[in-house]
Design a protein around this ligand. Sequence first.
Ligand code: MN
Length: 323
Amino acid sequence: MVEKFGKIALEEHFIPENFMDYWLPSVEGLPPAAIEYLRKSLFDMGDARIEKMDKNGVDIAVLSIAGPGAQCDKDSNVATRRARESNDFLVEKIARHPTRYRGFAHLGMQQPKEDAKELERCVKEFGFVGALINGQTNGRYLDEDFFAPLWEASQALKAPLYLHPGDPEQTYAALKGQLQLRRPAWEWTVETATHALRMVFNGTFERFPNARLILGHMGETIPYGLWRFDSRAKFNASPTKRTQPPSFYIKRNLAVTISGVNSIEPLQCALGALGTDKVMFAADYPFENMEDASDFIDTAGISDDVRKKVCSGNAAALLGIKI
Ligand code: MN
């Protein structure tokens, strides 16, 4: 009989009702009943969700908007304003269950100085633990100079950025017409891993050594590739000031959650590649079952010491959450 530990869940989604127009295209093609289930679950930030958390040993859920949110708004002023609205909405919901919920800030990602200010407001005034970014924004990626003000704030506030998947600006040629492989099935993995590797290879973490990036989905396959990244990097001189092999930054600056990947082999790979301090629990509710994630980690073939760290210890340390 393995011991069960209380959990901090890191990729748990909600949506304000007036943000539905941003979200609906991301579930295009799903059966209406599935969309209705997701809609209801995303709106519920009260008793039903807490009951589910209780059943699954989730002590604390860090809530984040279901993507892409205002990030995809074509008007940058509107994106900034509406992201603030979402954060105001979230902090009010958290206040009703302050011991059970924490928050990741939503940012418009089109006016980085404003985003930095908003991150600071959310961390200092609301007690949010970082920000969750839904992929690229109008073709811009987080390694670009454009986002330096946001990284400066993130580093200074010790508020990690969680890079959540989102659509590429245009889908890849090989994925055109391949509906089964679009979005979470595979497309988002390629896009999100590439986004994170741009930061690693282009020196974002050389410039911001204390910045922290969180990836979901067991690291979006990155833990599997460390040796190869280092091997190829030797032959391709970095155009930037990256002084270390890619794996150095991946091990130092990245942490991952298990969201939506409830199987032992990738868990062992992530723990082995990144270290036992860098893997954290997440269910990706309601897009995945909280029960599946919870049952998986409660019974996974790892030591109780490591399980406890994955369930809550690592998240508590990284996000400054007291348990
Ligand atoms: Mn998610």
